[in-house]
Ligand binder design. Structure first.
Ligand code: SF4
Ligand code: SF4
Length: 434
């Protein structure tokens, strides 16, 4: 056993964590809905291609969407039933994507992979690819690709920070599925040929720290409670002292970072021969009657989740997919659970700010709060002027979209939205060779 304190990182903010709404709520398994809407875009990269047709009968964990490239992922049915539609739907965050709609027939049959016989790194990675596992912390990057680096890495870091306010699903999993996490970690390290395993957990989760104390081969690092401690670059620095330079990736400094839910999915794919077909998320905020941590089948309608949690209260003014800092505000409640979901928040007037923005007063608070040491106000000005090259010069591409700049902006500028727009325009310019 080794437990040590993380390295101090001086830039970060303190936000009320509001985790008390759900941190003691044991994960409940929500009954499968009458209909699931399984998205073909549950990952970064090309959408999966549906391989079923309307009218087909499917069983749980049957492949229904095939990865369409290296940066893509397989998608499996989460229930038994009949495919009733394959259609494009615009969800509440404005994204349009293809869904396979399955009507539940109440069946319990499941498909499993054959038991693993060979536990070589190549076989482990292939099983992880087959199971459709992607970064479940929100990134959605195919895990099999992340576990196939071109150079040998030396450290595996497990992200147990869960620094976003309200969210407690990783915390509950650390308490309730400790052994599954440990086994998933060991398989991940085996796939990478790594011996050194570091687990970073924020100091506000003493029970989770205690739960992992018993494993001799884990180096548990107690991190300062600070936002955005869970961002890869900050986690790597605070646990190992290594700095990932601008424009570089964790593998450039010999590190692979994995999320709690991802290693559990790896455990289930290898030990239990199961493809990824459900996820655990937090439903919280003062606007939901019964905040909960839930295990839900992939493709469960958000409306069903709201009903299961006792309903939305009258004072709800904002619904957010994800945490309040990095999540996306939704214009309506059309959403269906996907692999990368971490939660849905129902926020009242008191918990959110609906004040409209005013002119920037050049106070510099956003720059002071930026953990990446950027000057968000300048990036925003260039973006609003349509000068994306100027925004790039000020480091727009290094923005991790953590929301710290906007959090304390007295003028309530929509800084993250502007920077995010600049990033996509810069990528577009590069693709077009400009
Ligand atoms: S915090 Fe807001 S008002 Fe202050 S400089 Fe930044 S954008 Fe301008
Ligand atoms: S500029 Fe980007 S990285 Fe910096 S605080 Fe704002 S969102 Fe976070």
């Amino acid at each position: 056993m080794s437990i040590r304190k993380g390295i101090n990182y001086p830039y970060g903010i303190h936000v009320p964590d509001k985790k008390q709404l759900t941190c003691d709520k044991v994960i409940e398994k929500m009954p499968a809905p009458k209909k699931v809407y399984v998205s073909m875009s549950q990952h970064i990269g090309a959408p999966a291609i549906p391989i079923v047709n309307v009218g087909d009968k499917v069983i749980k964990r049957q492949l229904i969407g095939e990865a369409s490239g290296v940066i893509s992922a397989n998608v499996y049915s989460s229930i038994c039933g009949t495919v009733t539609a394959i259609e494009d739907i615009v969800i509440g965050n404005g994204q349009k994507m293809k869904f396979v709609v399955i009507e539940n027939d109440g069946g319990e049959e499941q498909q499993f992979f054959p038991p693993m016989e060979d536990f070589s790194p190549a076989s482990l990675v292939e099983r992880i690819r087959l199971a459709g596992i992607v970064g479940l912390g929100g990134a959605g990057f195919p895990t099999a690709v992340k576990l196939s680096p071109k150079t040998q890495l030396d450290t595996l870091i497990i992200n147990g920070a869960e620094c976003e306010p309200y969210l407690t699903c990783d915390y509950r999993l650390m308490l309730e599925n400790t052994e599954d996490i440990y086994r998933g970690i060991k398989y991940t390290a085996q796939a990478l040929g790594i011996k050194k395993i570091v687990m970073g957990i924020e100091a506000n989760k003493p029970l989770a720290i205690k739960a992992f104390e018993k494993y001799d081969d884990l180096d548990v690092v107690v991190l300062k409670k600070q936002y955005p401690m869970g961002s890869e670059k900050h986690l790597i620095y605070c646990t190992t002292g290594r700095k990932v330079p601008c424009g570089k990736m964790p593998f450039d400094v010999g590190v692979c970072v994995q999320n709690i839910k991802t290693v559990i999915a790896i455990k289930h794919a290898i030990d239990d021969n199961k493809a990824l077909s459900s996820t655990v998320l937090t439903v919280s905020g003062d606007g939901i009657k019964e905040p909960k941590n839930l295990r839900v089948q992939m493709g469960t309608p958000l409306e069903d989740i709201i009903e299961y949690c006792g309903g939305k209260l009258d004072g709800t003014v904002k619904v957010v997919a994800g945490g309040p800092m990095m999540g996306k505000a939704m214009t309506n409640t059309v959403a269906y659970t996907r692999k990368t979901d971490s939660g849905f928040l129902f926020l009242t007037q008191k918990e959110t700010s609906l004040v409209s923005s005013s002119n920037c007063i050049n106070c510099g608070v956003c720059a002071k709060n930026c953990p990446m040491r950027l000057m968000p106000m300048y990036i925003e000005s260039y973006t609003l002027a349509g000068d994306y090259a100027g925004a790039e010069k000020y480091g727009a591409m290094n923005c991790i979209e953590c929301g710290s700049c906007a959090y304390n902006c007295p003028a309530k500028r929509a800084l993250v939205q502007s920077i995010s727009l600049a990033k996509s325009k810069i990528k577009e310019m590069k693709t077009n060779g400009k």
